[in-house]
Structures are given as C-alpha cells and as structure tokens.
Design a protein around this ligand. Structure first.
Ligand code: PLP
Length: 423
C-alpha cells in the first residue's frame, strides 16, 4: 500500500522545488498528532520543522480541531464579496488587537505569498498619486514564490536570473549585519542605507522586509536595533514600511511579533503560516487607516484584489482557535525554554568539521555549514534519531513546535548534530 502510494506520488505528484518525475521518493505520512508524524513504514518521528514553521501548537490540537469541526457543521465556505461572517469579523478584531498599534484594517489572503501580493498592491496603489512605482527590499530576503513576491526575494539566491525580464526591478538594500537581540546598530550599514534612500527614496512606494530573522533566504538573524533606523528613513522619505511577519509572527522569535522587540509600528504587515496553527492555509495583510484612505480615495477607488476563497470560514475559525491558545502567554515560557535547550544542545556543533556558525533565537536553531548540505544523507541521519528535518542550501536547522517537551527538544538537537555530521 505505502510502496504503491510512494511510487504513484513519485510518478504523478509535483513536490516543492522538485523535478517531475521526482528524483527522490517522498515519505508517506499517515497521521500527524502533537509533535509526532507517523510514517507509513511504521516509524514515528518528531516534526522538527513544525511543518514549515506553521504547526506552533503541534498537529491536530484538540481546541483547533473542535473549532474547525463546529465551523464545518455551520458553514465551510461562502463568498466574501457582499457577504461576511463571524469567524472573519472576530479574527480581524483579534488581529488588530494583537498586532502593533496603528494597524486597523485586515485583508484576508489565501497564503503568505498572496498576503505579500496584497501588500504590494496596497503600497503601489497608495503611492500611485505620487508616482512612487518601485519597491525596496533587503538582500537575502524571502517573501514567497508568486511573481510579485519573487521580485522582492534576494536577487542572487532568489532565482531572479531565471526570471530576468519577467520581474520588475526593485531596489535592494544591504541587510543589517548578523547579530542578535541587544546588539548595537552598525554605523557603516546605516550610512549605506541612508545613501540609497537619499538617491532613490522619492521613487519608492514601500520597503518590504522580514524583521529580525530572514528565513528561507538563509536563516539570517539581525539585531532589532536596526529596525527603528529603517522606520525613521521610511518616514523621512515618505515610504511605507511593510513588515513580512509570515515566518516570525505568533511567537517564533520570542516576541509575539518580531517588531515587538523594539516597538516599531509598520504601515502594512503580513501574517500567515502559524496564523492557523498550521491547520489550514490563511494569510492576512493589515494596514493603517492612512494607507486604507490613500487607496480608497485614489484612482482605483478600491483595493483591486478578491480571491474566491478569501476569508474562508474554516481557516478563520482555525486562526481564532490558534490565537486563543496564545492568550495565556504559555508560548512565551515555552519559546524561552526551547531557546535555552537549543543553545545548549546545538553548542557541540561548533566543534564539528565543516561548521561555519551555530545560532539560536527564540524557537529557531541553526547550524550553518561551509558547504552545501547533502540533503538525502542529512535527512536519513535525522530520521535515525527519530526526527524529521528538512535542511536546505548550507543550513541544517529546526523550528520545533512550542509544545515540544524537554526530551523532544533534546532529540531534535541530537538530530541536528547527526544531520550536520552526515553532511
Ligand atoms: C517570510 C516569508 N514570507 C512569505 C512566505 C510565503 O508564504 P507561503 O509559503 O504561505 O506562500 C514565506 C514562506 O516560507 C516566508 O517565510
């Protein structure tokens, strides 16, 4: 049964960033419960990736399951043009309360990438009257795989060359130097971004960036002290600040949102991934009344976006239930506990051959190699330790579910070390 599923999958199903037919078979998962994935071959492994960083409460949390089941009974979906429903309204109210002050309006999107597309439309529509037609982004960033989002991804690692001619040419700023919470601002970096703003600020509608942690662009950590510098430059040059908190949002870096480390208020903010606790796909783009007014009074007179499954009630119910689970603040203690355990558990990697850096922030642990990871060997080594990891480029990393117990975090750390040795 599982062998034929695996073979059929390899023959017919396209997997992320894959060839067709697939070069390697994918593992068949039969159940996901708490931090555990049960594989069809009988193995039971800890999901050290929180399934691409979204299952922050583990899989199938009973509170989220019950909310989705109740919503399924009442109404799985209705169109959102001209209609509304309690899950969307309550979730918008919740997101406005949880996110940095000033964000008042919520556009629901189907995924993180679409939340970014909506943010781009918001910025370009709001900047249209002033002929601000370009965007700025940080080098090393990742914002999704749709064309608008891809144009903001790192121009070297982000496949820009493959799409040359098809992507708009935005302005790329150097990213802040590697660093952690509490590290001071780097004056050389400030001088470089000031010069770019001075030369191009009047062309820019918005600066889009992942605050404090750049994820898929290279798991790069930077000191939040640099964020107010960018906020001030945006203000000085009339540029909107768009924060992509799709990966960092809902506690992952140790603050509810990465912007909260320094109390920066963006004009637009995107969330996704852990928004539904990893249950269903949903993103949201929030903005200030000033941005909403500029769009609504502008040439188009409306925000030109409206996907079929916008504000899907099941996804909104899952997001409400997932954010309920954050309300008692236990996530904060859990993330701090996981941070300490990963710092201790990954420290021995520093002595391993081929390791360039080891870093931990919140519930994120990274071992960076001085060479590309052998993904097949690294994955097998982690599985042998009872853990699912999915390394990429030169990075073996983990983002454990917040509910992982101390012994599960210890297994994850052992698996990261094993995967590093196997690479
Ligand atoms: C920071 C960031 N932005 C946007 C996205 C795109 O989200 P999605 O995969 O839901 O389209 C991702 C996904 O990894 C991300 O990490």
């Amino acid at each position: 049964m599982s062998a034929s599923l695996e073979a059929l999958d390899q023959r017919h199903v396209w997997h992320p960033y894959g060839t067709q037919p697939a070069a390697l078979p994918a593992l068949v998962v039969e159940r996901a419960e708490g931090v555990w994935l049960r594989l069809a071959d009988g193995r039971r492994v800890v999901d050290g990736m929180s399934s691409w960083w979204c299952a922050c409460h583990g899989h199938g949390h009973p509170h989220i399951r019950a909310a989705v089941a109740a919503q399924l009974e009442a109404m799985p979906h209705v169109m959102f043009g001209g209609l509304t429903h309690a899950p969307a309204v309550r979730l918008a109210e919740r997101l406005v309360a949880l996110t940095p002050e000033g964000l008042e309006h919520v556009f629901f999107a189907d995924s993180g990438s679409i939340a970014i597309e909506v943010a781009i439309k918001m910025a370009l529509q709001a900047g249209r009257a002033a002929r601000r037609t370009r965007l700025a982004a940080l080098r090393g960033g990742y914002h999704g795989d749709t064309f608008g989002a891809m144009a903001l991804c790192d121009p070297v690692g982000g496949m820009h060359e493959l799409w040359a001619g098809a992507l708009p040419s935005h302005l790329f700023l150097p990213r802040p130097p590697a660093g952690g919470l509490g590290d001071p601002v780097d004056p050389a970096w400030v001088a470089a971004v000031e010069a770019l703003f001075a030369a191009h600020g009047s062309e820019l509608a918005a600066l889009v960036l992942e605050p404090v942690v750049q994820g898929a662009g290279g798991m790069w950590f930077w000191s939040p002290a640099h964020l107010p510098v960018l906020r001030e430059l945006c203000d000085r040059h009339g540029v909107l600040l768009v924060l992509d908190e799709i990966a960092t949002g809902f506690g992952r870096t140790g603050a509810l949102f990465a912007a909260d480390h320094v109390g920066v208020r963006p004009d637009v903010m995107c969330v996704g991934k852990a928004l539904t606790g990893g249950t269903l796909t949903l993103g949201a783009t929030l903005c200030t009344p000033a941005v909403a007014a500029a769009i609504s009074a502008g040439e188009g007179g409306a925000l030109m976006h409206g996907p079929t499954f916008m504000a899907n009630p099941l996804a909104c119910a899952a997001a409400l239930a997932s954010t309920d689970l954050l309300a008692d603040g236990a996530w904060h203690r859990d993330v701090a506990r996981i941070e300490a355990a990963l710092a201790e558990g990954l420290a021995p990697a520093r002595a391993l051959p081929g390791v360039a850096d080891v870093r931990v922030l919140g519930a994120i642990g990274v071992v960076q190699l001085d060479h590309p990871v052998d993904v097949a060997r690294a994955t097998e080594a982690a599985l042998a330790e009872g853990v699912w990891l999915r390394p990429f480029r030169d990075l073996v990393y983990t983002m454990p579910p917040f509910v992982s117990t101390p012994s599960e975090v210890a297994s994850i750390a052992r698996a990261v070390l094993a995967a590093t040795r196997a690479s």
